[in-house]
Design a protein. Structure first.
Lengths: 146, 146
DNA sequence: TTTATAAAAGACATCAGTGTCTTTTATGGG
DNA sequence: CCCATAAAAGACACTGATGTCTTTTATAAA
């Protein structure tokens, strides 16, 4: 698993809100957790991280819940990765060589570096909104049953 | 970290043995652990897995230790990965979508599939011996200080 | 202002990967 | 055969990610 579960939960939750929230209404975590089949309380903490980073809005109390804000869809996936994963997945040498860089590369450094950079670019330039645009009629299902 | 520490320990240990073992002699785990700066007892378990899979030979008792066998250098890195990691790193959807395949792809499935296949191919066709061949005069150091 | 509601926060449990230590097993040399 | 040696095996601790539950805080509606 390249990425944490937290990242998957976060992305799917935001997509779910984007796809299902009616105009001006909020979506509650109980619903999200149930529809996405994700542990409710753990999801709460993940969502909280995103909210703290202003990528999503939340409101407590009656009629409260989560809703997109003006930054949500423009957020690159890489940002979501950094928020949900403690450490940077792309930083470490794939072969666990501690000293591995252009000057003193591990035997696979150059090939892996190219690969890493490709991934990095993909996740940098792909926003949550981009992912949403790729949807097909079944998209909501593919998120939900995941 | 894409791969486990175990995988890194395993690869570096085998490389260390290949680079330092004198003709017909065995290398002991105390030396490996010390030179590679790796936890000794944990390394013992990792090595044991490799030995069980016949990728490396071990002998107990005086003058015992580890030595390469006729399969060692021909072993693809992917095999070492599979032995040292419980699960298959390449199997899971990068976005943690449970149902993600060609028929019902996650929004990034196709791009990520291409990357995964690149990596998979690289690790399938690169053997431990290949890594060894890429060595330079400092290679032993780059393994040791890692 | 009171109340119901829903997120936030905090305490705690579980699990896998990692790390440490002790006991057991196997083996070469005397 | 006995002994020293080195790997194997087993018990246990630690850590971070994940998962569960309870208590606290904020807010909308009446």
């Amino acid at each position: 698993m390249i990425f944490s579960k937290s990242f998957g939960y976060a992305l799917r939750s935001v997509l779910y809100i984007a796809l299902t929230a009616e105009e001006g209404k909020r979506v509650q975590i109980d619903e999200i957790a149930k529809k996405l089949n994700v542990p409710r309380y753990f999801l709460g903490k993940v969502m909280n991280k995103i909210v703290k980073e202003k990528i999503l809005d939340s409101t407590k109390g009656p009629y409260g819940g989560f809703q997109l804000n003006d930054k949500t869809l423009a957020t690159p996936l890489l940002r979501l990765i950094h928020i949900t994963e403690g450490t940077d997945q792309f930083k470490n040498c794939v072969l666990s060589f501690r000293k591995c860089n252009a000057k003193r590369p591990c035997p696979l450094h150059h090939q892996l570096e190219a690969y890493k950079n490709q991934l990095l670019q993909l996740f940098s330039e792909t926003t949550i909104g981009d992912v949403l645009k790729k949807n097909d009629p079944n998209f909501i299902n593919s998120i939900a049953i995941s």
